[in-house]
Design a protein around this ligand. Structure first.
Ligand code: ZN
Length: 511
Protein backbone atom coordinates (compact mmCIF):
# COMPACT_ATOMS: atom_id res chain seq x y z
CA UNK A 1 0.00 0.00 0.00
CA UNK A 2 1.43 3.39 -0.91
CA UNK A 3 2.08 5.62 2.11
CA UNK A 4 0.01 8.51 0.83
CA UNK A 5 -3.07 6.30 1.17
CA UNK A 6 -2.32 5.16 4.71
CA UNK A 7 -3.14 6.75 8.03
CA UNK A 8 -3.47 5.80 11.69
CA UNK A 9 -5.84 8.72 12.20
CA UNK A 10 -9.07 6.69 11.98
CA UNK A 11 -7.87 4.04 14.46
CA UNK A 12 -6.68 6.68 16.93
CA UNK A 13 -9.92 8.67 16.60
CA UNK A 14 -12.07 5.52 17.01
CA UNK A 15 -10.08 4.35 20.05
CA UNK A 16 -10.79 7.62 21.85
CA UNK A 17 -14.35 8.25 20.72
CA UNK A 18 -16.19 5.04 19.79
CA UNK A 19 -17.89 2.55 22.09
CA UNK A 20 -19.31 -0.60 20.48
CA UNK A 21 -21.67 -2.83 22.46
CA UNK A 22 -20.52 -1.29 25.76
CA UNK A 23 -16.80 -1.80 25.05
CA UNK A 24 -14.23 0.73 23.87
CA UNK A 25 -13.39 0.31 20.18
CA UNK A 26 -10.63 -2.29 19.62
CA UNK A 27 -9.47 -4.50 16.75
CA UNK A 28 -7.66 -6.95 19.02
CA UNK A 29 -9.95 -9.81 18.01
CA UNK A 30 -10.13 -8.75 14.35
CA UNK A 31 -6.54 -8.29 13.11
CA UNK A 32 -7.69 -8.58 9.47
CA UNK A 33 -9.48 -5.22 9.88
CA UNK A 34 -6.39 -3.24 10.91
CA UNK A 35 -5.03 -2.51 7.45
CA UNK A 36 -8.53 -1.71 6.23
CA UNK A 37 -8.93 0.93 8.96
CA UNK A 38 -5.57 2.43 7.89
CA UNK A 39 -6.47 2.43 4.20
CA UNK A 40 -7.71 5.70 2.73
CA UNK A 41 -7.41 4.75 -0.95
CA UNK A 42 -9.99 6.88 -2.76
CA UNK A 43 -11.83 3.99 -4.44
CA UNK A 44 -12.52 0.85 -2.43
CA UNK A 45 -14.49 -2.34 -3.07
CA UNK A 46 -15.43 -4.97 -0.49
CA UNK A 47 -16.73 -8.36 -1.63
CA UNK A 48 -17.81 -9.69 1.71
CA UNK A 49 -19.58 -12.26 3.81
CA UNK A 50 -22.27 -11.21 6.29
CA UNK A 51 -21.14 -9.80 9.63
CA UNK A 52 -17.44 -9.26 9.08
CA UNK A 53 -17.36 -5.70 10.46
CA UNK A 54 -17.25 -3.83 7.15
CA UNK A 55 -20.50 -1.92 7.56
CA UNK A 56 -19.38 -0.80 11.04
CA UNK A 57 -16.06 0.24 9.49
CA UNK A 58 -17.86 2.47 7.00
CA UNK A 59 -20.01 4.06 9.70
CA UNK A 60 -16.95 4.83 11.83
CA UNK A 61 -14.94 6.08 8.88
CA UNK A 62 -17.81 8.37 7.84
CA UNK A 63 -18.23 9.73 11.37
CA UNK A 64 -14.47 10.30 11.65
CA UNK A 65 -14.37 12.14 8.33
CA UNK A 66 -17.42 14.23 9.21
CA UNK A 67 -15.95 15.07 12.62
CA UNK A 68 -12.47 16.03 11.45
CA UNK A 69 -13.20 17.70 8.08
CA UNK A 70 -16.05 19.67 6.55
CA UNK A 71 -17.59 17.17 4.13
CA UNK A 72 -20.79 15.82 2.65
CA UNK A 73 -21.17 12.05 2.70
CA UNK A 74 -23.96 10.02 1.08
CA UNK A 75 -24.54 6.47 2.26
CA UNK A 76 -26.68 4.56 -0.26
CA UNK A 77 -28.83 1.49 0.34
CA UNK A 78 -31.13 -0.28 -2.11
CA UNK A 79 -34.43 0.92 -0.64
CA UNK A 80 -35.85 3.55 1.70
CA UNK A 81 -36.81 0.92 4.29
CA UNK A 82 -33.19 -0.35 4.32
CA UNK A 83 -32.20 3.25 5.07
CA UNK A 84 -34.59 3.55 8.02
CA UNK A 85 -33.38 0.28 9.58
CA UNK A 86 -29.73 1.17 9.08
CA UNK A 87 -30.00 4.69 10.45
CA UNK A 88 -32.01 3.63 13.52
CA UNK A 89 -30.34 0.31 14.33
CA UNK A 90 -26.72 0.85 13.29
CA UNK A 91 -25.85 4.56 13.21
CA UNK A 92 -27.95 6.06 16.00
CA UNK A 93 -26.62 3.67 18.72
CA UNK A 94 -22.99 4.48 17.80
CA UNK A 95 -23.68 8.21 18.01
CA UNK A 96 -25.57 8.00 21.30
CA UNK A 97 -22.83 5.83 22.89
CA UNK A 98 -20.14 8.43 22.08
CA UNK A 99 -19.88 11.54 24.31
CA UNK A 100 -18.02 13.41 21.52
CA UNK A 101 -20.59 12.61 18.83
CA UNK A 102 -23.58 13.31 21.08
CA UNK A 103 -22.09 16.74 21.63
CA UNK A 104 -21.31 17.35 17.94
CA UNK A 105 -24.55 16.18 16.32
CA UNK A 106 -26.76 19.13 15.54
CA UNK A 107 -30.41 19.57 14.68
CA UNK A 108 -33.37 17.23 14.91
CA UNK A 109 -33.17 13.47 14.87
CA UNK A 110 -33.62 12.71 11.18
CA UNK A 111 -33.16 9.17 9.81
CA UNK A 112 -32.09 10.50 6.39
CA UNK A 113 -29.61 13.14 7.55
CA UNK A 114 -27.17 13.54 10.44
CA UNK A 115 -25.43 16.90 10.82
CA UNK A 116 -22.08 16.82 12.56
CA UNK A 117 -20.58 20.29 13.00
CA UNK A 118 -20.52 21.69 9.46
CA UNK A 119 -20.54 18.23 7.89
CA UNK A 120 -23.55 16.32 6.62
CA UNK A 121 -24.16 12.57 6.44
CA UNK A 122 -27.03 11.63 4.14
CA UNK A 123 -28.64 8.18 4.06
CA UNK A 124 -30.51 7.43 0.86
CA UNK A 125 -32.31 4.56 -0.85
CA UNK A 126 -31.03 4.25 -4.40
CA UNK A 127 -34.43 3.00 -5.55
CA UNK A 128 -36.23 5.38 -3.19
CA UNK A 129 -38.28 8.43 -3.89
CA UNK A 130 -35.79 11.00 -2.59
CA UNK A 131 -33.78 11.90 -5.67
CA UNK A 132 -30.14 10.89 -5.54
CA UNK A 133 -29.21 13.70 -7.91
CA UNK A 134 -30.04 16.51 -5.52
CA UNK A 135 -26.90 16.49 -3.32
CA UNK A 136 -23.22 16.85 -4.17
CA UNK A 137 -20.81 14.88 -2.03
CA UNK A 138 -17.19 14.20 -1.10
CA UNK A 139 -17.61 10.56 -0.15
CA UNK A 140 -20.24 8.14 -1.41
CA UNK A 141 -20.80 4.65 -0.06
CA UNK A 142 -22.88 1.94 -1.74
CA UNK A 143 -23.97 -0.71 0.75
CA UNK A 144 -25.62 -4.00 -0.30
CA UNK A 145 -26.28 -2.78 -3.79
CA UNK A 146 -25.79 -6.09 -5.52
CA UNK A 147 -29.43 -6.26 -6.43
CA UNK A 148 -30.00 -2.56 -7.09
CA UNK A 149 -30.37 -0.96 -10.47
CA UNK A 150 -26.87 -0.22 -11.78
CA UNK A 151 -27.94 2.77 -13.85
CA UNK A 152 -29.06 4.55 -10.66
CA UNK A 153 -25.61 3.92 -9.27
CA UNK A 154 -23.97 5.70 -12.19
CA UNK A 155 -26.13 8.79 -11.54
CA UNK A 156 -25.17 8.64 -7.88
CA UNK A 157 -21.50 8.46 -8.81
CA UNK A 158 -21.79 11.84 -10.57
CA UNK A 159 -22.31 13.38 -7.10
CA UNK A 160 -18.56 13.38 -6.35
CA UNK A 161 -17.37 14.84 -9.66
CA UNK A 162 -16.63 18.26 -8.12
CA UNK A 163 -15.11 17.09 -4.83
CA UNK A 164 -11.38 17.39 -4.11
CA UNK A 165 -11.64 14.27 -1.94
CA UNK A 166 -13.90 12.22 -4.27
CA UNK A 167 -13.93 9.03 -2.22
CA UNK A 168 -16.10 6.12 -3.22
CA UNK A 169 -16.70 2.80 -1.52
CA UNK A 170 -18.77 -0.19 -2.51
CA UNK A 171 -19.54 -3.10 -0.19
CA UNK A 172 -21.88 -6.02 -0.67
CA UNK A 173 -22.52 -9.67 -0.14
CA UNK A 174 -22.07 -11.03 -3.68
CA UNK A 175 -24.77 -12.73 -5.73
CA UNK A 176 -23.93 -13.95 -9.25
CA UNK A 177 -20.44 -14.30 -10.79
CA UNK A 178 -19.57 -11.30 -12.92
CA UNK A 179 -22.46 -9.22 -11.59
CA UNK A 180 -22.56 -6.31 -9.14
CA UNK A 181 -19.93 -6.40 -6.42
CA UNK A 182 -18.19 -9.39 -8.03
CA UNK A 183 -17.64 -7.42 -11.24
CA UNK A 184 -16.32 -4.46 -9.23
CA UNK A 185 -14.02 -6.68 -7.16
CA UNK A 186 -12.62 -8.37 -10.26
CA UNK A 187 -11.69 -4.95 -11.65
CA UNK A 188 -9.80 -4.14 -8.42
CA UNK A 189 -6.36 -5.17 -7.15
CA UNK A 190 -8.08 -8.03 -5.22
CA UNK A 191 -6.58 -8.22 -1.75
CA UNK A 192 -6.91 -11.62 -0.09
CA UNK A 193 -6.01 -12.38 3.53
CA UNK A 194 -3.30 -15.02 3.22
CA UNK A 195 -2.19 -17.27 6.06
CA UNK A 196 1.18 -18.96 5.61
CA UNK A 197 1.24 -22.67 6.49
CA UNK A 198 3.83 -23.33 9.24
CA UNK A 199 4.54 -26.80 7.76
CA UNK A 200 4.69 -26.44 3.98
CA UNK A 201 4.74 -22.63 3.52
CA UNK A 202 1.69 -22.65 1.25
CA UNK A 203 0.11 -19.19 1.26
CA UNK A 204 -3.05 -19.09 -0.82
CA UNK A 205 -6.56 -17.58 -0.59
CA UNK A 206 -8.59 -19.88 1.66
CA UNK A 207 -11.81 -18.92 -0.11
CA UNK A 208 -10.48 -20.38 -3.36
CA UNK A 209 -9.75 -23.71 -1.66
CA UNK A 210 -13.04 -24.22 0.14
CA UNK A 211 -13.94 -26.89 1.33
CA UNK A 212 -10.35 -28.26 1.31
CA UNK A 213 -9.35 -25.59 3.85
CA UNK A 214 -11.63 -26.85 6.61
CA UNK A 215 -11.21 -30.23 8.29
CA UNK A 216 -12.41 -32.21 11.24
CA UNK A 217 -9.48 -33.78 13.06
CA UNK A 218 -10.11 -35.79 16.25
CA UNK A 219 -13.49 -34.18 16.83
CA UNK A 220 -12.25 -30.62 16.36
CA UNK A 221 -13.02 -28.62 13.22
CA UNK A 222 -10.24 -26.23 12.15
CA UNK A 223 -9.27 -23.98 9.28
CA UNK A 224 -6.36 -25.86 7.72
CA UNK A 225 -3.72 -25.53 5.01
CA UNK A 226 -5.43 -26.63 1.78
CA UNK A 227 -2.28 -28.56 0.72
CA UNK A 228 -1.07 -30.43 3.84
CA UNK A 229 -4.06 -29.88 6.20
CA UNK A 230 -2.00 -28.43 9.05
CA UNK A 231 -4.29 -26.28 11.24
CA UNK A 232 -3.81 -22.55 10.60
CA UNK A 233 -4.10 -19.58 12.96
CA UNK A 234 -6.13 -17.24 10.74
CA UNK A 235 -5.29 -14.26 12.97
CA UNK A 236 -1.69 -14.49 11.70
CA UNK A 237 -2.30 -13.47 8.11
CA UNK A 238 -1.51 -10.58 5.81
CA UNK A 239 -3.30 -8.83 2.97
CA UNK A 240 -1.80 -9.52 -0.46
CA UNK A 241 -3.02 -8.08 -3.76
CA UNK A 242 -3.63 -10.71 -6.41
CA UNK A 243 -3.62 -8.10 -9.19
CA UNK A 244 -1.50 -5.17 -7.95
CA UNK A 245 -1.46 -3.72 -11.48
CA UNK A 246 -5.20 -2.93 -11.05
CA UNK A 247 -4.25 -0.59 -8.22
CA UNK A 248 -6.59 2.33 -9.02
CA UNK A 249 -9.30 0.36 -7.23
CA UNK A 250 -8.48 -1.17 -3.85
CA UNK A 251 -10.38 -4.47 -3.41
CA UNK A 252 -10.79 -6.65 -0.32
CA UNK A 253 -12.27 -10.15 -0.06
CA UNK A 254 -13.76 -10.91 3.37
CA UNK A 255 -15.17 -14.26 4.43
CA UNK A 256 -16.01 -16.04 7.65
CA UNK A 257 -13.00 -18.31 6.94
CA UNK A 258 -10.66 -15.43 7.83
CA UNK A 259 -12.89 -13.39 10.16
CA UNK A 260 -13.22 -16.13 12.76
CA UNK A 261 -16.51 -14.67 13.99
CA UNK A 262 -18.43 -17.82 13.04
CA UNK A 263 -16.64 -20.96 14.21
CA UNK A 264 -15.16 -23.43 11.69
CA UNK A 265 -17.40 -26.12 13.23
CA UNK A 266 -20.54 -24.17 12.45
CA UNK A 267 -19.31 -23.31 8.95
CA UNK A 268 -18.71 -26.97 8.17
CA UNK A 269 -22.05 -28.13 9.55
CA UNK A 270 -23.93 -25.40 7.66
CA UNK A 271 -22.11 -26.37 4.47
CA UNK A 272 -22.94 -30.04 4.92
CA UNK A 273 -26.54 -29.18 5.81
CA UNK A 274 -27.06 -27.08 2.66
CA UNK A 275 -29.14 -29.57 0.72
CA UNK A 276 -30.98 -27.40 -1.74
CA UNK A 277 -29.78 -24.70 -4.11
CA UNK A 278 -31.27 -21.80 -2.18
CA UNK A 279 -29.52 -22.75 1.05
CA UNK A 280 -26.28 -23.53 -0.77
CA UNK A 281 -26.31 -20.18 -2.53
CA UNK A 282 -26.95 -18.39 0.76
CA UNK A 283 -23.97 -20.21 2.29
CA UNK A 284 -21.56 -19.24 -0.50
CA UNK A 285 -22.76 -15.63 -0.57
CA UNK A 286 -23.20 -14.92 3.14
CA UNK A 287 -20.55 -17.13 4.74
CA UNK A 288 -17.78 -17.26 2.14
CA UNK A 289 -18.48 -13.87 0.52
CA UNK A 290 -18.28 -15.59 -2.85
CA UNK A 291 -20.60 -15.36 -5.86
CA UNK A 292 -22.52 -18.52 -6.66
CA UNK A 293 -23.96 -19.49 -10.03
CA UNK A 294 -25.78 -22.73 -9.26
CA UNK A 295 -29.44 -22.52 -10.07
CA UNK A 296 -29.32 -18.77 -10.73
CA UNK A 297 -28.13 -18.78 -14.30
CA UNK A 298 -30.98 -19.31 -16.71
CA UNK A 299 -30.86 -22.56 -18.64
CA UNK A 300 -29.34 -22.20 -22.05
CA UNK A 301 -29.53 -24.28 -25.19
CA UNK A 302 -26.38 -26.21 -24.35
CA UNK A 303 -27.64 -27.30 -20.95
CA UNK A 304 -30.98 -28.18 -22.36
CA UNK A 305 -29.77 -30.34 -25.25
CA UNK A 306 -27.88 -32.35 -22.62
CA UNK A 307 -31.21 -33.07 -20.93
CA UNK A 308 -32.46 -35.16 -23.83
CA UNK A 309 -32.44 -38.83 -22.92
CA UNK A 310 -32.06 -41.79 -25.24
CA UNK A 311 -35.62 -43.11 -25.11
CA UNK A 312 -38.30 -42.06 -27.60
CA UNK A 313 -41.43 -40.40 -26.27
CA UNK A 314 -44.08 -43.02 -25.54
CA UNK A 315 -46.64 -43.76 -22.84
CA UNK A 316 -45.43 -46.15 -20.18
CA UNK A 317 -47.14 -48.07 -17.44
CA UNK A 318 -45.95 -48.22 -13.86
CA UNK A 319 -45.56 -45.96 -10.82
CA UNK A 320 -45.17 -42.43 -12.20
CA UNK A 321 -45.69 -38.75 -11.42
CA UNK A 322 -47.54 -36.02 -13.25
CA UNK A 323 -47.40 -32.24 -13.25
CA UNK A 324 -50.05 -30.06 -14.93
CA UNK A 325 -49.84 -26.34 -15.74
CA UNK A 326 -53.34 -24.96 -16.20
CA UNK A 327 -54.55 -22.37 -18.63
CA UNK A 328 -56.96 -22.67 -21.54
CA UNK A 329 -54.43 -25.29 -22.61
CA UNK A 330 -53.25 -27.93 -20.15
CA UNK A 331 -49.52 -28.66 -20.30
CA UNK A 332 -48.72 -32.10 -18.95
CA UNK A 333 -45.46 -33.78 -17.93
CA UNK A 334 -45.34 -37.42 -16.79
CA UNK A 335 -42.21 -39.17 -15.56
CA UNK A 336 -40.75 -41.94 -13.47
CA UNK A 337 -38.16 -41.98 -10.73
CA UNK A 338 -35.14 -44.13 -11.50
CA UNK A 339 -33.41 -46.18 -8.84
CA UNK A 340 -30.61 -43.55 -8.73
CA UNK A 341 -33.10 -40.83 -7.81
CA UNK A 342 -33.17 -39.29 -11.28
CA UNK A 343 -36.40 -38.34 -12.99
CA UNK A 344 -37.04 -39.68 -16.49
CA UNK A 345 -39.85 -37.89 -18.31
CA UNK A 346 -41.61 -40.19 -20.80
CA UNK A 347 -44.59 -38.06 -21.83
CA UNK A 348 -45.21 -34.39 -22.62
CA UNK A 349 -48.52 -33.20 -23.94
CA UNK A 350 -50.55 -30.03 -24.44
CA UNK A 351 -54.32 -30.52 -24.57
CA UNK A 352 -57.58 -28.67 -23.92
CA UNK A 353 -59.27 -31.82 -22.61
CA UNK A 354 -59.60 -32.31 -18.84
CA UNK A 355 -60.77 -35.89 -19.46
CA UNK A 356 -57.34 -36.58 -20.90
CA UNK A 357 -55.92 -36.09 -17.40
CA UNK A 358 -58.21 -38.81 -16.00
CA UNK A 359 -57.17 -41.07 -18.84
CA UNK A 360 -53.45 -40.58 -18.27
CA UNK A 361 -53.68 -41.01 -14.49
CA UNK A 362 -55.50 -44.33 -14.85
CA UNK A 363 -53.64 -45.64 -17.88
CA UNK A 364 -50.08 -44.91 -16.75
CA UNK A 365 -50.61 -45.64 -13.08
CA UNK A 366 -49.77 -42.13 -11.90
CA UNK A 367 -49.14 -42.24 -8.15
CA UNK A 368 -49.23 -38.54 -7.58
CA UNK A 369 -50.36 -35.57 -9.66
CA UNK A 370 -49.75 -31.93 -8.80
CA UNK A 371 -51.96 -29.50 -10.71
CA UNK A 372 -52.17 -25.71 -10.72
CA UNK A 373 -55.17 -24.74 -8.55
CA UNK A 374 -55.72 -21.64 -10.66
CA UNK A 375 -57.35 -20.33 -12.75
CA UNK A 376 -59.83 -23.26 -13.08
CA UNK A 377 -60.07 -24.26 -9.44
CA UNK A 378 -63.39 -26.05 -9.82
CA UNK A 379 -62.01 -28.38 -12.53
CA UNK A 380 -58.78 -28.98 -10.58
CA UNK A 381 -60.81 -29.95 -7.50
CA UNK A 382 -63.03 -32.26 -9.55
CA UNK A 383 -59.92 -34.05 -10.78
CA UNK A 384 -58.70 -34.41 -7.20
CA UNK A 385 -62.09 -35.76 -6.06
CA UNK A 386 -62.08 -38.32 -8.90
CA UNK A 387 -58.69 -39.74 -7.81
CA UNK A 388 -58.78 -39.65 -4.01
CA UNK A 389 -55.39 -39.04 -2.40
CA UNK A 390 -53.54 -39.03 -5.71
CA UNK A 391 -54.07 -35.45 -6.93
CA UNK A 392 -52.89 -32.28 -5.14
CA UNK A 393 -54.05 -28.84 -6.17
CA UNK A 394 -51.08 -26.45 -6.00
CA UNK A 395 -50.55 -22.83 -5.04
CA UNK A 396 -47.38 -20.81 -5.40
CA UNK A 397 -47.41 -19.30 -1.94
CA UNK A 398 -45.54 -19.44 1.35
CA UNK A 399 -41.87 -20.01 1.93
CA UNK A 400 -41.89 -23.78 2.25
CA UNK A 401 -43.26 -26.84 0.59
CA UNK A 402 -46.33 -27.62 2.71
CA UNK A 403 -49.12 -30.15 2.29
CA UNK A 404 -52.66 -29.55 3.55
CA UNK A 405 -56.29 -29.90 2.62
CA UNK A 406 -58.78 -27.48 1.11
CA UNK A 407 -62.55 -27.60 1.53
CA UNK A 408 -64.80 -29.38 4.02
CA UNK A 409 -66.19 -32.89 4.41
CA UNK A 410 -66.64 -34.87 1.23
CA UNK A 411 -65.46 -31.93 -0.87
CA UNK A 412 -62.05 -31.67 0.85
CA UNK A 413 -59.08 -32.23 -1.47
CA UNK A 414 -55.31 -32.43 -0.88
CA UNK A 415 -53.41 -29.25 -1.59
CA UNK A 416 -49.77 -28.21 -1.60
CA UNK A 417 -48.17 -24.79 -1.13
CA UNK A 418 -44.97 -24.29 -3.10
CA UNK A 419 -42.27 -21.60 -2.76
CA UNK A 420 -42.02 -20.53 -6.39
CA UNK A 421 -38.42 -19.31 -6.40
CA UNK A 422 -37.06 -22.17 -4.32
CA UNK A 423 -38.81 -24.86 -6.35
CA UNK A 424 -37.75 -23.37 -9.71
CA UNK A 425 -34.15 -23.03 -8.43
CA UNK A 426 -34.28 -26.73 -7.67
CA UNK A 427 -35.71 -27.57 -11.11
CA UNK A 428 -33.01 -25.53 -12.87
CA UNK A 429 -30.24 -27.03 -10.74
CA UNK A 430 -31.39 -30.60 -11.32
CA UNK A 431 -31.71 -30.03 -15.07
CA UNK A 432 -28.20 -28.51 -15.09
CA UNK A 433 -26.81 -31.52 -13.26
CA UNK A 434 -28.46 -33.91 -15.70
CA UNK A 435 -30.74 -35.39 -13.07
CA UNK A 436 -33.84 -34.92 -15.20
CA UNK A 437 -34.09 -36.36 -18.70
CA UNK A 438 -36.57 -35.60 -21.46
CA UNK A 439 -37.62 -38.09 -24.12
CA UNK A 440 -36.40 -37.92 -27.73
CA UNK A 441 -38.36 -36.38 -30.54
CA UNK A 442 -41.68 -34.72 -31.04
CA UNK A 443 -42.96 -31.18 -31.20
CA UNK A 444 -43.91 -31.28 -27.52
CA UNK A 445 -40.29 -31.94 -26.54
CA UNK A 446 -39.05 -29.03 -28.62
CA UNK A 447 -41.68 -26.78 -27.15
CA UNK A 448 -40.75 -27.89 -23.64
CA UNK A 449 -37.09 -27.01 -24.34
CA UNK A 450 -38.18 -23.55 -25.54
CA UNK A 451 -40.30 -23.03 -22.43
CA UNK A 452 -37.44 -24.07 -20.13
CA UNK A 453 -35.09 -21.72 -21.97
CA UNK A 454 -37.36 -18.79 -21.10
CA UNK A 455 -36.92 -19.11 -17.33
CA UNK A 456 -35.34 -15.85 -16.19
CA UNK A 457 -34.61 -14.31 -12.84
CA UNK A 458 -35.47 -10.71 -12.13
CA UNK A 459 -35.26 -8.27 -9.25
CA UNK A 460 -38.38 -7.17 -7.50
CA UNK A 461 -39.53 -5.68 -4.25
CA UNK A 462 -40.29 -8.29 -1.60
CA UNK A 463 -41.74 -8.13 1.90
CA UNK A 464 -40.81 -4.99 3.84
CA UNK A 465 -39.61 -3.20 0.72
CA UNK A 466 -36.46 -5.31 0.35
CA UNK A 467 -35.14 -6.32 -3.04
CA UNK A 468 -35.43 -10.03 -3.82
CA UNK A 469 -34.65 -12.20 -6.82
CA UNK A 470 -37.43 -14.28 -8.32
CA UNK A 471 -38.37 -15.90 -11.62
CA UNK A 472 -40.14 -13.59 -14.03
CA UNK A 473 -43.89 -14.06 -14.41
CA UNK A 474 -46.04 -14.00 -17.52
CA UNK A 475 -43.66 -15.83 -19.85
CA UNK A 476 -44.60 -18.64 -22.21
CA UNK A 477 -43.03 -21.20 -19.89
CA UNK A 478 -45.93 -23.63 -19.32
CA UNK A 479 -43.94 -26.84 -19.72
CA UNK A 480 -41.36 -25.53 -17.24
CA UNK A 481 -44.19 -25.15 -14.73
CA UNK A 482 -45.53 -28.63 -15.60
CA UNK A 483 -42.05 -30.08 -14.93
CA UNK A 484 -41.86 -28.14 -11.70
CA UNK A 485 -45.22 -29.52 -10.51
CA UNK A 486 -44.10 -33.01 -11.53
CA UNK A 487 -40.93 -32.65 -9.43
CA UNK A 488 -43.05 -31.53 -6.48
CA UNK A 489 -45.19 -34.63 -7.03
CA UNK A 490 -42.10 -36.86 -6.72
CA UNK A 491 -41.23 -35.08 -3.49
CA UNK A 492 -44.64 -35.25 -1.81
CA UNK A 493 -46.06 -38.54 -3.16
CA UNK A 494 -47.41 -40.04 0.06
CA UNK A 495 -47.24 -43.65 -0.92
CA UNK A 496 -45.65 -46.37 -2.95
CA UNK A 497 -47.98 -48.20 -5.32
CA UNK A 498 -47.78 -51.54 -3.57
CA UNK A 499 -48.38 -50.07 -0.10
CA UNK A 500 -51.44 -48.14 -1.24
CA UNK A 501 -52.63 -51.03 -3.37
CA UNK A 502 -53.24 -48.81 -6.37
CA UNK A 503 -54.46 -51.07 -9.09
CA UNK A 504 -52.51 -50.93 -12.29
CA UNK A 505 -54.95 -53.29 -14.00
CA UNK A 506 -57.31 -52.33 -16.75
CA UNK A 507 -54.76 -50.19 -18.52
CA UNK A 508 -55.34 -49.33 -22.10
CA UNK A 509 -52.80 -48.76 -24.81
CA UNK A 510 -52.59 -45.23 -26.08
CA UNK A 511 -51.72 -44.01 -29.48
ZN1 ZN B 1 0.69 -26.76 4.51
Amino acid sequence: MSDSHTTDEILEWASSNIILRNSPFSLERYPFLEQIYQDISPIQVFRKAAQVGITTYHIIKSLWLADTRTVKIIYFFPTDSDVRDFSKDRVAPIISASPLLRERVRGTDNVGLKKLGDSSLYFRGLLGKVRVRSVDADYIIFDELDMADRSQKEYARDRILHSSLAWESELSIPSLPGVGIDASFKASDQHFWLVKCPSCSTEEPLEEHFPDCIREVAGEVSIVCPKCHTPLDVRCGRWVAKHPQQGEVRGYQLSQLIAGIISPGRLLSEFKGAKNETVKRRFYNSMLGLPYAGGMVPLDGIHLQACLGSEPMRLEVGPSYMGVDVGDTLHISVGKMTTEGRVRIFWLEATESWERLDELIEACGVLCTVIDAMPYKHSAKELALSHPGRVYIAYYQGEHLAKGREGKGEKAVPKVNIDRTESLDELVARLSRGEISLPQGGGAVEEALRHLGRLRKERREGAGGRTVLGYAHGLEDHYAMALNYMLVATAIAPIRAEREGISLKGLRTFK
